[in-house]
Design a protein around this ligand. Structure first.
Ligand code: ATP
Ligand code: MG
Length: 456
């Protein structure tokens, strides 16, 4: 058999070099060379060509497409983010902070599936005993879950091909290593190689593979970006480790909608799905407080009510601070500028802190108006009216723009007992919603005036 050869390939220009160098000799980029295997035995196979190829042309109508049957993962909220369940032969990557509950969720899911199908848990981080201990602590019926504590890619691959489990979890992709490469496990070359090989196993048989991925300090998935392209679905676990709520968000999904959200509560007995999470992120104030405003965000198909808190306090340093938790920091600076320019409310001598309660991360601009209302409320030290929800995007020209699915958001707010809603004019419902008084605004200055009227 021909010898396996390693070369170094530039990730920028694709230039090759026989040995590692700091600078690519072809494009002069620094630190872009990554070790790659040239395997003559499989030279005819594109290493990252993940699907077995056939050399003849086919019409799509001639391709036999099986009715796509999804398998339930056994955990309802997990199914929801996956877009209805696992797809046979699909590859799912799930990332998240250390200790957030990735292994817990996947063990629960495998245990639930175990009675119906053959499932395998490959762990490079914990021994079989530790997994058994966790299953015992979570009181799971995990008799049928096969476990394998192994980090050698070739061994894992051969077991997958031999045993043909329907679902296999690899915990985690960073601990796997391919002996064909000399770089350390967890390095870019290793992660890419292992993911490519496993993806090929998944696509050739019909094993569904779930990869657990670590995240970097910045919160991105550790490993090359190309990893996210190789897999079918990318999920992120997020949430505040200090609170018990955990969110699983779809970031990419070839077989379903993204931005679907699974909500869990971490309990002693593992992760429990929260099927009606809309009121989860409202804090329970006994009286009314200044600087608090409730926004209705839309996460996938579900509206979610989140309390936004703002604290505006006199700055004692020449540069006032702007800090936001759960919302985008740059957006805050932009919104404060809009508030100054169009509504004449200045915060340049004030520190501004904002926080989305409960560790949720709000990425949609629909929270803009609520952020500004919370800031104004804190600055004036006047609480907003009780039972008020606010949503709407604020543009640089001071206009309040409409958001998607306004009607649904309003209905959810009414369901939870809110009586007033400040919304963009274009989102005004044609028919009134029972129990809800709608205050429609067109511009930010109008919103501020309406706010002032509330205290007149
Ligand atoms: N006895 C317990 N009671 C309640 N919660 C527990 C208990 N033991 C562990 N946990 C919870 O389980 C979490 C660990 O979950 P898990 O090991 O699944 O995380 P992980 O995402 O796989 O982490 P890593 O990336 O380190 O493997 C802990 O952070 C803790 O919140
Ligand atoms: Mg783990």
């Amino acid at each position: 058999m021909a010898k396996v050869k390693n070369i170094y390939v530039c990730t920028d220009c694709g230039g090759q070099s026989p040995k590692w160098q700091g600078q690519c000799a072809h494009c002069q980029c620094w630190n872009t060379l990554v070790e790659t295997v040239i395997d003559p035995a499989s030279a005819s196979v594109n290493r990252f060509g993940l699907v077995p190829t056939s050399a003849k042309l086919q019409r799509l109508s001639e391709v036999h497409a099986r009715e796509e049957t999804r398998m339930s993962s056994g955990v309802a909220e997990f199914d929801r983010v996956l877009g209805g369940g696992l797809v046979p032969g699909g590859v799912v990557l799930i990332g998240g902070d250390p200790g957030i509950g990735k292994s817990t969720l996947l063990l629960q899911s495998l245990a639930a599936m175990g009675s119906k199908r053959k499932v395998l848990y490959v762990s490079g981080e914990e021994s079989a005993q530790q997994i058994a201990l966790r299953a015992k602590r979570l009181a799971l019926d995990a008799h049928e879950v096969h476990v394998l504590a192994e980090i050698n890619l070739e061994k894992v691959q051969s077991i997958l091909l031999e045993e043909k489990p329907e679902v296999a979890v690899i915990d985690s992709i960073q601990t796997l290593y391919s002996p064909a490469l000399s770089s350390a496990p967890g390095s870019v070359a290793q992660v890419r190689e292992c993911a490519a090989q496993l993806t090929r196993v998944a696509k050739s048989g019909s094993t569904t593979i779930i990869l657990v991925g670590h995240v970097t300090k910045e919160g991105a998935l550790a490993g090359p970006r190309v990893l996210e392209h190789m897999v079918d679905t990318v999920l992120y676990f997020e949430g505040d480790t200090h609170s018990s709520f955990r969110l699983v968000r779809a970031f990419k999904n070839r077989y379903g909608a993204v931005n679907e959200l699974g909500v869990f509560a971490m309990t002693e007995k593992g992760l429990k799905g929260v099927s009606n999470p809309s009121a989860l992120f409202l804090s329970q104030h006994t009286g009314q407080v200044a600087g608090s405003c409730v926004v209705v965000t839309q996460e996938g198909s579900r509206p979610l009510l989140v309390e936004i808190q703002a604290l505006v306090d006199e700055a004692h340093a020449p540069n006032p601070r702007r800090l936001s938790v759960g919302l985008e920091q740059n957006r805050l600076a932009l919104l404060l500028a809009v508030l100054h320019r169009h509504a004449g409310i200045a915060c340049y001598d004030q520190d501004v802190f904002i926080n989305a309660v409960g560790g949720v991360r709000i990425s949609e601009p629909a929270a803009d108006l609520a952020v500004l209302m919370a800031v104004v409320s804190s600055l004036k030290n006047k609480p907003l009216p009780a039972k008020l929800v606010v949503f709407g995007e604020v543009g640089l020209a001071g206009e309040v723009r409409p958001v998607q699915r306004g009607q649904e958001r309003l209905k959810e707010a009414a369901k939870l007992g809110f009586t007033h809603a400040m919304i963009p004019k274009s989102n005004q419902p044609k028919q009134s919603i029972e129990g809800l008084t709608v205050i429609a605004v067109d511009r930010i200055e109008e919103a501020v005036v309406k706010f002032r009227d509330a205290f007149a």
